[in-house]
Design a protein around this ligand. Structure first.
Ligand code: GLA
Length: 416
């Protein structure tokens, strides 16, 4: 834990005590993420390559003896309450919907099978994952709340490294099943048709490793980053992702339309994952222009991820960087989910000596870029971005040099 994290968790315990009159039983922490390459591929059954960042969403919680869930979001200064007997009926603030969804599917999909029932829970939430910045604060909230609801039942997940207290009962839930459940909560309770990348990395992140995930088979591999003298730097446009959810759902629909049309010649395909570039080129002229652009990007991006993983494994960092730059170009010109501010940040970054690769990350329309930068260039990088981006857009960016951290964890308080 960094010094910042220690201060945050002490403050959280204090606030919990103030609000509920006793210390919390445990604190769950789940990280945000940055995706190195493989954007908008997860919902096309493709490949992604994210890392967990050392910014976390924390939930301090205790079980209750009734079936109420009492939540307080410190950073928003908002509270909400719902009853586990009538989860679907309650309307809560937008952030409360994630917890309602997670509670609902946890009960339906996991606990019913294992013969457990959710307990009520008192919880205080805080964190330092920037909100609406494309760094997956929502997935961190979902994952943290899944572990918190389990913790309030005295349960920990077996065989994941998440379990920290040998006295707790262990429950066998494959991490990808938990990730899928959190994704479903976001799809059905928050109305965002997201894929499975963000929840998976928040659960399965590993320090100094990236997660190579096949979003069809849900098989994954932790790939060592081995980034000697190279840092991952995130630049935040500080443009809120206004269009993100409506345009996101439109992109998804375009990809599905492409598959429908291509099935005339390739009846066996069920997603763009099944289409090679050579096959795509053969039939692309048959697709409406917009559909063609969107699908071509996805087919190419899947290949880029595979090449990027090979390049990293072969310690060929320049090829990795070139693939990141190509990914950005595709997102900007063909998938059209970038925006002026993201393009300006990327242009500046790519023109700096010592920057290996730069691209937008996440859904797009604002949010952040991810940059691989040689350590001895980071100060110059920071100065150039600060000065030039502010001058060209009138907005001050935020810049985070990030360490690749671990996935979600639970820490029990010694009083319990
Ligand atoms: C958002 C979604 C993810 C993924 C990315 C784009 O972060 O939550 O599932 O689709 O956008 O790669």
């Amino acid at each position: 834990m960094t010094q910042e994290e220690v201060i945050l968790s002490d403050r959280l315990k204090e606030k919990f005590n103030e609000r509920f009159g006793h210390p919390p039983d445990f604190i769950v922490s789940a990280p945000g993420r940055v995706n190195l390459i493989g954007e908008h591929t997860d919902y096309n059954d493709g490949f992604v390559f994210p890392v967990a960042i050392d910014k976390y969403l924390h939930i301090a919680a205790s079980k209750r003896s009734d079936r109420q869930v009492h939540l307080h979001a410190l950073d928003m200064n908002e509270a909400c309450t719902f009853n586990l007997e009538a989860i679907a009926d309650t309307k809560t603030p937008p952030w409360g919907n994630y917890l309602r969804g997670v509670a609902h599917f946890l009960q339906e999909q996991v606990l019913r099978k294992s013969g457990h029932t959710l307990n009520g829970m008192s919880a205080v939430i805080t964190g330092n994952v920037p909100i609406s910045a494309g760094l997956s604060s929502s997935a961190a909230l979902e994952v943290a709340s899944a572990l918190a609801f389990l913790g309030a039942c005295g349960l920990e997940i077996a065989n994941t490294g998440i379990n920290s207290n040998s006295e707790m009962e262990l429950i066998e839930v494959p991490p990808m099943e938990l990730a899928a459940l959190c994704q479903r909560a976001e799809n059905e309770f928050a109305g965002v048709n997201c894929g499975i990348m963000d929840q998976s990395i928040s659960l399965l992140g590993k320090a100094d490793h990236a997660l190579f995930l096949d979003c069809r088979s849900l098989e994954y591999k932790q790939i060592p980053l081995n980034l000697t003298d190279i840092l991952i730097v995130i630049c935040n446009t500080n443009v809120k992702r206004e269009l993100a959810s409506s345009e996101y759902n439109k992109r998804r629909a375009e990809c599905e339309k492409g598959v429908d049309i291509l099935q005339q010649w390739m009846p066996a395909i069920t997603s763009l994952r099944d289409v090679t570039l050579a096959e795509f080129k053969k039939y692309e002229a048959e697709l409406p222009q917009i559909t063609q652009k969107r699908c071509r990007y996805v087919v190419e991006e899947n290949t880029r991820v595979l090449n990027a993983v090979d390049a990293l494994t072969a310690k060929d960092i320049d090829t990795f960087g070139a693939l990141m730059n190509a990914s950005h170009a595709g997102l900007r010109d063909a998938y059209e989910v970038s925006c002026d501010e993201l393009n300006i940040l990327t242009d500046i970054a790519q023109s700096i000596d010592g920057v290996i690769g730069a691209r937008m990350t996440g859904a797009g329309f604002g949010g952040c870029t991810v940059n691989l930068v040689y350590q001895d260039t980071v100060e110059a990088f920071r100065d150039r971005i600060m000065e030039e981006y502010t001058q060209r857009t009138g907005i001050e960016p935020d810049i985070y040099v990030c360490n690749v951290g671990d996935g979600a964890r639970i820490k029990w308080n010694s009083h319990s």
